[in-house]
Design a protein. Structure first.
Length: 176
């Protein structure tokens, strides 16, 4: 049986929600990470991924201007970092430097990868779509990287108030 209710009530059933960290280089030369829950894979051939960035975010102009960005899948151990990147703005600080976050240069674009992430995807911006108070950026994946450390789990938001952690069990290698 279904009970009609407000969007704000029904959408609370979405958890767990995947978490990604998108990174783009700003005009000062610093790479700025933003934590995002609203993200998806949008194409297999060519591989494409999308992120939804709020209009007030510093990252909005940075991604537009850079024309490229990295999408990192943070590991469950990166919960504090994800919370920090998702509650502070690159307008005010260098978030990666502040957290001393390990990074390495991206291979195909002018950006960085998060060394401790489960996976990193280098994207070239292909298009954007304004959807209400957010803008969806769609990027073509030009390089992908995986963390070789075994047993790393992805980070999810588990409930309201940005409670984050792992969701078990993880899919076996080879499954979509
Ligand atoms: C778990 C989590 C999920 C978030 N999801 C989104 C999202 O999907 N889109 C968005 O625009 N902001 C999202 N945010 C908020 C931004 O990360 C936050 O406003 C950030 O400080 C913006 O950084 P910036 O000003 O450097 O771009 C999320 C934050 C957290 C902690």
């Amino acid at each position: 049986m279904q009970q009609q209710t407000e969007f704000s009530t029904a959408i609370r059933r979405k958890y767990p929600e995947q978490v990604v960290i998108a990174i783009a280089r700003d005009s000062d030369g610093k790479c700025n990470p933003i934590t995002l829950g609203w993200t998806m894979i949008t194409s297999g051939k060519p591989p494409m991924m999308a992120i939804s960035v709020g209009l007030p975010r510093y990252s909005l102009g940075v991604i537009r201007q850079a024309g490229e960005f990295v999408i990192a899948f943070p590991s469950a151990q990166m919960a504090e970092e994800a919370l920090f990147f998702g509650t502070h703005s690159g307008r005010d600080m260098d978030k990666l430097a502040e957290r001393n976050t390990p990074t390495r240069p991206a291979a195909e674009i002018d950006c960085v990868l998060l060394s401790e992430a489960v996976a990193n995807f280098e994207c070239v911006l292909e298009s954007e779509l304004k959807t209400g108070d957010h803008v969806i950026f769609a990027g073509r994946v030009v390089a992908a990287h995986v963390n070789e450390q075994e047993g790393l789990q992805r980070l999810y938001t588990l409930g309201p108030g940005y409670q984050m952690g792992a969701v078990s069990p993880q899919p076996a290698e080879g499954e979509d």
